[in-house]
Design a protein around this ligand. Structure first.
Ligand code: DGU
Ligand code: CA
Ligand code: CA
Length: 406
């Protein structure tokens, strides 16, 4: 390991600027510098820092690029720091050419909503040479996420893993032979379906992000309010947070504070201590490539809503619950852990857990474990394979229905 580090730093020392420390995270563009006033048009995740050390805050409107605005100094040794925003966010002065686009192109997208899905169709102009599909939960293209890159002749696409009853917006972005990118209309669709009991497992897709760039995380990203949209980038912890082993005391990659939402994130091969919840929060479309000490932890009481997630390669616990809470998990794919959920050993506060539409495989111990005789758990409409015991410990109630063993 030490050898690898020495080798890597030797490489860094003589490599081109592509490997040098950067004043903005990967995929971000600088909008102003220390002491200047800058502005963003809607809630935007702004990074502040230099030399690969950043703190993040969701801001809207104008703000001063300063320690006072961000609440802490990510790198006190550098007096010149930069404020930067994701390239796809609005308010940027200089997007890359690949994000340039004109509205009002001649491509119109039609939608047809299904159960947990929306099908899109369109016809292509003849001089098209690239196609991408974007999705968002509002009709403002700022913050939309690319869900597919398609070959130029394609005329349809189905977005899956969607929540019935929620409205989604889609765009087809296309490049013509003049090299310019254009965007279609914003086409909306609202998936719906019967979720009548009886073992209908609906579609279990887990997270749906395709990796779209990477971010190396050396200080925990704190989502204190609003929505942090990770844009399907791969967020990998550095050793500053931990090594993803079973050592306790590692730091989380993300903290979700009361009322906040984290979405569209892929956690990379070092997952450290995953995601911590302080109070109520939502996570949506998250994939853990390689779960670290654990994948997520409830640190302070709240109502936690977890949807559209996938997680692989843990060792012991997937979800650690250290405070009284109400937890809902839907549409998950979780493979190879010790247990799916553990109320902190020896604690007797109450948790209430509902798991629906999950595929859970290869749990060496089982699914739900508590020492509290007032906690409840249920799992419905799910597929299990080599998942161990569903209920371990004292649960006041622990039930399952609509289970398929595959
Ligand atoms: O006594 O509380 O692993 O939050 C054991 C500890 C342990 C926790 C847990 C966690 O259960 O540290 O990651
Ligand atoms: Ca642990
Ligand atoms: Ca932990």
């Amino acid at each position: 390991m030490l050898e690898k580090i020495i080798f890597a730093s030797a490489l860094l020392g003589c490599a081109s600027s592509a490997l040098a420390a950067s004043n903005r995270p990967d995929g971000y563009v600088t909008i102003c510098k220390s002491g200047e006033t800058c502005s963003v048009s809607s809630s935007t995740n702004v990074a502040f820092g230099a030399s690969d050390q950043f703190v993040y805050k969701i801001l809207s409107g104008s703000f001063s690029c300063s320690v006072a605005t961000f609440g802490s100094d990510p790198i006190p040794s550098k007096s010149n720091k930069e404020c930067s925003i994701p390239k796809s966010a609005s308010g940027t002065g200089g997007g890359s050419s690949s994000s340039a686009q004109s509205s009002g192109g001649s491509l119109t997208v039609n939608t047809s909503a299904g159960n947990g899905s929306v099908s899109l169709s369109w016809s292509n102009p003849s001089n098209i040479n690239a196609l991408e599909v974007y999705q968002d939960t509002d009709s403002d293209p700022a913050g939309r996420v690319r869900i597919a890159s398609l070959s130029a002749g394609t005329t349809s696409y189905t977005a899956t893993g969607l929540t019935n009853g929620s409205t989604y917006y889609f765009w087809v972005k296309y490049r013509l032979t003049d090299g310019v990118w254009y965007s279609s209309n914003a086409a909306s669709g609202k998936p719906s379906g019967s979720s009548s009991g009886g073992g209908d497992s609906g579609s279990i897709t887990g997270a749906t992000c395709t990796a779209n760039g990477s971010v190396s995380v050396s200080s925990t990203i704190r989502v204190s309010s609003g929505t942090y949209d990770g844009g399907c980038k791969v967020f990998t912890a550095t050793s500053a947070l931990g090594d993803g082993s079973q050592a306790e005391g590692q730091k989380p990659v993300f903290i979700v504070e009361n009322g906040a939402t984290l979405k569209n994130v892929i956690l990379g091969s070092n997952g450290a201590d995953g995601i911590h919840f302080y109070g109520s929060g939502t996570i949506d479309n998250i994939r853990w490539t390689n779960v670290g000490e654990d994948a997520m932890t409830v640190k302070e009481s709240g109502t936690i809503n977890i949807k559209n997630i996938s997680a692989f390669a843990g060792s012991d616990k997937f979800f650690q619950v250290n405070a009284a809470s109400t937890i809902t998990i839907s549409n998950c794919v979780v493979d190879s852990m010790g247990k799916f959920l553990r109320q902190n050993g020896g604690t007797t506060f109450k948790i209430g857990v509902s798991v629906d539409k999950c595929q859970i495989s290869n749990m060496s111990e089982g699914i739900f474990r508590t020492d509290s005789s007032i906690s409840t758990a249920k799992i419905t409409n799910s597929s299990l394979k080599n998942a161990g015991d569903i209920c371990i410990g004292k649960w006041a109630s622990c039930t399952s229905s609509g289970i398929t063993n595959y």
